[in-house]
Design a protein around this ligand. Structure first.
Ligand code: ZN
Length: 185
């Protein structure tokens, strides 16, 4: 099960809505292999979340995995590996907060995006069992970023002030050194 290539902004798959996974295919070797490829690819690229369209699989599956300790995004709260199949997102609160997001499909850039901070996610797990989770704060932002990929959206679509889009080097030099808590994916 190989590490897959992550496609980049400009590839049409990143701008197309992904297809619902047929429930009777969850648990099949095809889907299991795809998810395993996604996990290996995420770890190899050093990200904290990945959606299937990013490896050119137009399918409604997303994963997040934030290991304990430091990452290339700085020090983040640990979130164990979680697989979301056919997720549906509901916003539970109007409060928004902004983070500097990056994306493996838009390498080298960071942009400041505000998103709702209290959400509910209904999804199917690896066995096809319905699950429901409430999420707040940074985790809610990561989830919305990943689920956006399933609808053909990128975080860039949410940037309201183009001045808050920059190269990673400049972000680290001029922003991160001032506000180390503002990191995201
Ligand atoms: Zn992304």
């Amino acid at each position: 099960m190989p590490v897959r290539k992550i496609i980049r902004m400009g590839h049409p798959t990143l701008r197309s809505p992904a297809k619902t996974v047929p429930e009777n295919s969850i648990g099949s070797s095809n889907i299991a292999c795809l998810i395993q490829d996604m996990i290996e690819t995420l770890h190899d690229y050093g990200g904290i979340g990945l959606a299937a369209p990013q490896i050119n699989e137009p399918t409604r599956i997303a994963i997040i995995d934030i290991p304990e300790g430091a990452s290339r995004y700085g020090k983040l709260q640990e979130i164990p590996l979680c697989v979301f199949i056919n997720p549906k997102l509901t916003v539970l609160g109007k409060k928004v907060a902004g983070y500097w997001e990056g994306c493996l499909s838009v390498p080298g850039l960071r942009g400041f995006v505000e998103r709702p901070q209290h959400i509910r996610v209904d999804y199917l797990d690896l066995k096809g069992k319905p699950q429901r989770k409430e999420m707040t704060g940074f985790t809610a932002t990561v989830i919305q970023h990943e689920f956006d990929h399933l609808d053909g959206h990128l975080y860039l679509d949410h940037i309201t002030d183009p001045k808050l889009l920059m190269f990673e080097d400049e972000y680290e030099r001029y922003i991160l050194s001032e506000r180390p808590e503002k990191t995201s994916d």
